[in-house]
Design a protein. Structure first.
Lengths: 284, 365
């Protein structure tokens, strides 16, 4: 069976005064009905990879790739009108902070209904039912009330659950979650993750889970890509993370506190110039 | 800053209301009504302040109001009689109360330059200014807002460049020069528009006054010829004012839109697959409505103040010209009456944009 999404040698670059800046430099991966973690320090090109897949890199940014296929069909440099039909309906994205990613002057209900109606052409009444159903699905106890609320009237955790409800309403095959819990209180992170995981699993979707938190990714994902300076430096099953070979991954692991192996001081993450350009296969 | 979660986490939410209007909505309505009462109070205080200022100005001006009434050659007895009739022998706070009572009755005294009661003069000149300012603002909004939105959406594109030049010219051209050139070209040479004034001589006083706005009054009377004539007179000065208002409104719209278009919710809207038109007008534009309304109200207010130069160039019998002439003649009743009217309009516009803000922005307290 062909993968949901197949990306080969993806490059995203921006013109700057000192020439082209490459934010993503040849990323390749396949995504099946699984949870794929993408980890790396801030600025390593994780978000840009996600935006490139959605066709949301705005000019003057440039996206190039050998191949970018959704369900076997190329979505590379698709005309905007055709890309728009895929966005939201087949690939969707949840972003970091619901405080900024929800429109402050529109009720939650309208925002959920909007995308659903666009892609399904259903009536207002049907969209309303669907929105309430989705709000219930993300375990909001009083969907009717939240439906009429404005984003500033809900907490961060609830805001992110609303985002998940909104993005899953049109039944996409792939969800890109870009640091979906980084802006949330620690107390609600697990709950939001659990809800997202359950919904994505039940629908047999592919999930790209972007995070800089290696621990979280190790617990939550099936497979992990480690990104550094716009490249994938290592790719491995999440359960094998402790056996990572690449020194950058080892560095990331060692700079995390561990209960089973308490240390006086955490290691400082070391970086080497050579990692920028070495391909995963060539790493020691 | 963390927002309080009024809806509560899922485990401990308040049970939903039994029926009827959702309580979140009812609470919002109550908050709005309370805030409107607050606005009304501050409005009353502002108007009181305005009257106090005009009263004080009237008293400290080096112009003797009694002399203006009785004339230079009056006897001392006549002077004293008038002095007492005007209540100037009373304590100052009584004088202020009397002034307030008069103004509230719409009595601003008599204008010494026109010989009419000031209120009557204002009823004649103010509608002329309102008509011009309204049309000018309408042009400014209808052209300026779309221009600003498109300039922001296509930042750096040719429309953005054109909009920049248009605004720059609007900011830097002297209005009287543009007005004179416009008259010369469109009236003098091409003959496309009516000349100075509000109406051609043959239409003067032909339409019964209902609102004082000739465009509307002629429509009410069903007099198409008068309407066309009035329109041909107003189109040039209104376009000129519209251009200045457009320059300001389009720049402000552009910068408001640029700010919104870089917000995360715009990315969300695109992720949902919305068309660029819906992203811009349905999402970003709705978020600039509140500051935009304030800008439009400000721009309208400054035109209402009477665009003195425009009114002079086009012999437009409006309030700007009226106040200026009165000031030069030392006609304090007329000046203060005009000031009260203009000031009240400013306060009213502020109030209006405040109310609209509360209605349009769900985050308003
Ligand atoms: N519009 C842009 N122009 C130039 N550089 C950009 C732009 N957007 C992002 N970048 C750069 O691309 C790199 C990758 O960014 P991003 O994908 O957001 O990283 P992260 O892994 O933290 O999500 C960063 O160095 C960032 O500065
Ligand atoms: Mg990022």
């Amino acid at each position: 069976m062909s993968p949901l999404l197949s990306v080969r040698n993806l490059r995203v670059s921006f013109p700057t005064r000192s020439g082209m800046f490459e934010a993503v430099r040849g990323v390749s991966f396949d995504l099946g009905r699984e949870r794929l973690g993408v980890v790396g320090e801030s600025g390593s090109g994780k978000s840009m990879t996600g935006r490139a897949i959605l066709g949301l890199v705005r000019p003057p940014g440039r996206v190039e790739a050998e191949r970018m296929e959704l369900g076997g069909e190329s979505i590379l440099n698709l005309p905007e009108a055709r890309m728009r039909r895929l966005r939201g309906s087949r690939i969707s994205m949840v972003m970091q902070d619901p405080k900024f990613s929800l429109n402050p002057v529109m009720t939650v209900g309208r925002q959920i209904m909007e995308g659903y109606r666009l892609h399904t052409g259903k009536s207002r009444a049907a969209a309303r039912d669907k929105a309430l159903e989705m709000l219930a699905a993300v375990q909001i106890r009083d969907p009717e009330r939240v439906f009429h609320a404005y984003p500033h009237e809900v907490s961060g955790g609830m805001g992110q659950r609303i985002m998940i409800a909104m993005m899953l309403a049109p039944d996409p095959e792939i969800l890109i979650a870009d640091e979906p819990t980084s802006a949330l209180d620690v107390s609600v992170r697990n709950e939001v993750l659990r809800i997202m995981d359950r919904l994505v699993g039940a629908r047999g979707m592919g999930l790209i889970f972007i995070s800089h938190d290696l621990n979280l990714v190790a617990q939550f994902c099936d497979r992990v890509l480690i990104m550094y300076a716009g490249r994938v430096v290592e790719e491995l099953p999440a359960r094998d993370l402790h056996a990572a070979k690449h020194p950058y991954t080892q560095g990331l692991l060692n700079s995390l506190p561990r209960l089973d192996r308490p240390v006086e001081r955490l290691a400082v993450l070391q970086r080497q110039e050579g990692w920028r350009d070495a391909l995963p296969a060539e790493t020691p | 800053m963390a927002q309080p979660d009024i809806l509560g986490p899922p485990g401990q939410g308040v049970p939903p209301p039994a029926g009827g209007m959702p309580s979140a909505r009812r609470a919002r309505l109550g908050r709005r009504l309370r805030s409107l009462a607050g606005i009304a109070l501050s409005l009353a205080l502002t108007l009181l302040g305005l009257l106090l200022v005009t009263f004080v100005i009237g008293r400290i001006m080096p112009i003797d109001p009694v002399l203006k009434v009785v004339g230079e050659r009056a006897t001392q007895a006549q002077y004293d009689a008038a002095y007492q009739a005007m209540g100037l022998d009373k304590p100052i706070w009584q004088q202020f109360l009397r002034y307030m009572a008069e103004v509230l009755r719409g009595d601003f005294g008599r204008s010494i330059s026109t010989g009419h009661p000031v209120a009557q003069d204002l009823l004649r000149v103010f509608p002329a200014t309102v008509e011009l300012a309204t049309l000018g603002t309408l042009i400014g909004v209808c052209v300026g807002v779309p221009l600003g939105v498109v300039a922001a959406a296509r930042r750096g594109g040719w429309i953005d460049q054109v909009a920049r030049v248009v605004a720059l010219v609007g900011y830097s051209m002297p209005i009287f020069w543009l007005g004179l050139m416009g008259l010369l070209l469109f009236y003098g040479i091409l003959g496309w528009v009516g000349g100075p004034g509000r109406q051609g001589i043959i239409y003067d006083g032909m339409v019964p006054t209902v609102t004082g706005l000739i465009l509307i009054d002629s429509l009410v009377a069903g007099d198409w010829a008068a309407f066309r004539d009035a329109f041909s007179h107003i189109v040039l000065p209104a376009s000129l004012l519209g251009y200045f208002s457009l320059a300001y409104i389009s720049r402000m719209t552009r910068s408001f839109m640029l700010e919104q278009l870089s917000a995360e919710y715009v990315v969300t809207a695109r992720v949902k697959g919305l068309s660029e038109g819906r992203v811009i007008w349905g999402h970003a534009f709705r978020n600039i409505l509140v500051p935009l309304i304030t800008v439009i109200a400000l721009s309208f207010g400054s035109l209402l103040e009477g665009s003195v130069l425009t009114e002079i160039v086009f012999s437009w019998p409006g309030i700007g010209q009226y106040i200026t002439k009165a000031l030069l003649a030392g006609d304090m009743n007329a000046v203060l009456g005009g000031t009260v009217v203009v000031g009240t309009c400013f306060v009213a516009l502020n109030l209006l944009s405040d109310i609209l803000y509360r209605l349009l922005d769900p985050r308003a307290k």
